[in-house]
Design a protein. Sequence first.
Length: 203
Amino acid sequence: MDFKRVISSRRSIRKYLDKEVPWELISEILDAGIKAPSAGNIQSYKFIVVTDKKKKDEIAVASLKQSWMKGAHAHIVICSDKEDIKKFYGERGSLYSTQNCALAAENMLLKATSLSLGACFVGAFDDKAIKRILKVPNGFKPEITITLGYPDERPSLRKRMALENLVFFDEYGNKKRDISLFPLEKQVKKVKKLIKKIKKKKS
Ligand SMILES: Cc1cc2nc3c(=O)[nH]c(=O)nc-3n(C[C@H](O)[C@H](O)[C@H](O)COP(=O)(O)O)c2cc1C
């Protein structure tokens, strides 16, 4: 799958087929995770791959009872090493270790998409409960769970905010620019206006 297609077709998948994902594919996804950038290349994370049914059920309960998670073939729980990285970066290391996990997670989501697998980033859970279920030692923090499996749904793209509402130039709040960077947005607006006009004429 080419890169553009991977980016545009990725969705959060929450419904899965009852089908095992081969270990080779899971390991490709994990490998994509460690290819992500990390502060100082310190890779302050551990990945716990969970396929045990009982444990997955417990993780779903600990994730604010998101019972759809039970249907995923695997959960990849990404834990950050909060202590080790502080030796290099002091208090800022805590932020870096979370950011490292998020980047690894995004690489995994994209790799899963490229392999026609479904995945979802889960951030809502009770840290203590996840630590207990997976015997995560002190100093490590569960940051993200990636659910993984063969998709049994094809959600459409969730609406995104318009780029022009999110981008400033040279300083915060400055939206002005001589040459518009958002021709596509403009085209979409033009087409919408045109459709409205046609509809008005017809009625
Ligand atoms: C930090 C973060 C936390 C998230 N937590 C959850 C979660 O707990 N449960 C869930 O179903 N989806 C969760 N998501 C997925 C988002 O809901 C999803 O990415 C968003 O609605 C956009 O949909 P899309 O991924 O299909 O483009 C989370 C995503 C992020 C980035």
